[in-house]
Design a protein around this ligand. Structure first.
Ligand code: CA
Length: 422
């Protein structure tokens, strides 16, 4: 008999979206996160249907292999359910959902996963993502075409290659069995958390906040602090179990759209109940059209996207090179013109050795670069000039041109010799 993990599940609509398309579940043995998307009002329906169907597998298995098989069957069944729902409600065409779940069986967990929601294991202070993102950019990373850093800011980072939905009758689902032990903390989350709160922060919270409820609340709060543009769902399961906390509350059960009755306004604005095959019979709630991020997995499509990305990257690179080259040329030209302009000026001043000299250029320096140099030196010492003229020369006397400067120098020369104006 497996001890029920101490757990928490929190789902928040976020700060931008008008409805929550995420669903979560924390049960006795099973923990799920699903992130719905696409179609008219479809995302919340898709994640709710899949989560509720999967939750039927929440029982006590004797071996992990049975649990793994049960999860896989439940995922396939959920996929069929979504396709049937779309068949009966064509306005939901294109809806899909990610699903990631773990089912604890003694010292093992069975895991099933499709999409880009994530499952992390926090053990001995280390956080490890145990699922792979089924995204376009992860494909590019895996095939060595881009780096993980480039993937994080890639314009197509939210494009999914695999989901449950009405697209593929036999979706490729990842399943595996992992060992677990007391002290392990399992974290399941939608990309509304993992895209906005760093793994370093998640690790710090899991290492520092004992109660799974407090830890989940803290994570959602940090996503909200980052603007929470997306729905956020967090499920935490602690393997220590209820033995470690005998007064622990009941598991949270469903959160997010799976926790609410499904309501829906028809495409013609006519309220009608949705018929969910073998599931629920509730009217669905109204939602605005959602940006669909799912793209079917087809090689030629992938190649097309890669080609398009490469072209865009090349265009960007060329544009930048041209912009930089033009900017550098403009700066060099402006500097040359400015320097030329300074060299049309002359003034009379005192050279380093104390003699009066004609300088070409202007007095200012740009850093270590002097914009003037001695054009013609003289034997006249500034100290030999009458006080007034000496002060004038020390302050520099501007000349109209070289001829004017020579006249000034000539006059000063005579002054120095005679000690007075002729
Ligand atoms: Ca999302």
């Amino acid at each position: 008999m497996t001890v029920t993990p101490l757990s928490a599940a929190v789902s928040h609509v976020g700060k931008i979206r008008s409805n929550n398309q995420d669903s979560g579940y924390a049960g006795r043995h099973l923990f799920i996160v699903a992130d719905g998307m696409g179609g008219h009002a479809g995302g919340d329906v898709a994640s709710a249907i899949a989560t509720k169907r999967l939750a039927e597998a929440d029982t006590d298995y004797s071996v992990a292999e049975d649990a793994e098989e049960a999860l896989r069957s439940a995922m396939i069944a959920a996929n069929s359910l979504l396709a049937e729902t779309v068949f009966e409600h064509s306005e939901l065409t294109g809806m899909g959902t990610t699903v990631s779940g773990i089912l604890r069986v003694g010292d093992q967990v069975a895991l099933a996963h499709i999409g880009d929601s994530r499952i992390y294991l926090f053990r001995d202070g280390e956080l490890e993502q145990v699922t792979a993102d089924h995204t376009f950019v992860q494909r590019l990373v895996d095939s060595g075409r881009i780096t993980a850093e480039e993937a994080a800011v890639h314009p197509r980072r939210s494009v999914l290659m695999r989901v449950l939905g009405d697209v593929d009758a036999a979706p490729e689902i990842d399943t595996k069995i992992l060992d677990t032990k007391p002290g392990d903390r399992w974290l399941l989350c939608s990309d509304g958390l993992s895209s906005y709160v760093s793994e370093e922060r998640l690790s710090t919270i899991l290492g520092g906040v004992r109660s799974p409820q407090d830890a989940a609340d803290r994570m959602v709060k940090e996503s909200l602090d980052h603007g929470a543009p997306d729905n956020v769902t967090v499920v935490i399961a602690d393997i220590d179990g209820v033995d470690a906390a005998p007064d622990a509350a009941e598991p949270a059960g469903f959160v997010g759209s799976a926790a609410a009755p499904l309501m829906f306004d028809g495409a013609e604005d006519e309220r009608r109940p949705i018929r969910l095959p073998t599931l629920l019979l509730h009217p669905l709630k109204s939602t605005p059209p959602e940006d669909a991020h799912f793209e079917p997995e087809r090689e030629e499509f992938l190649e097309q996207l890669i080609e398009e990305d490469r072209r865009r990257a090349n265009r960007r690179r060329i544009t930048w090179l041209v912009v930089v080259a033009v900017a550098i040329a403009a700066i060099v030209a402006a500097a040359a013109l400015a320097y030329q302009w300074t060299q049309t000026h002359y003034y009379v001043g005192v050279a380093d050795d104390g003699t009066v000299a004609i300088f070409q250029g202007v007095q200012q320096n740009i850093g270590p670069i002097s914009l003037s140099q001695v054009e013609q030196s003289s034997e006249v010492r500034a100290d030999d000039l009458p006080t007034f003229e000496r002060q004038q020369v020390e302050a520099t006397i501007n000349a109209d041109d070289l001829r004017d400067a020579l006249d000034i120098l000539d006059r000063l020369n005579r002054l120095a010799e005679t000690g007075a104006e002729p």
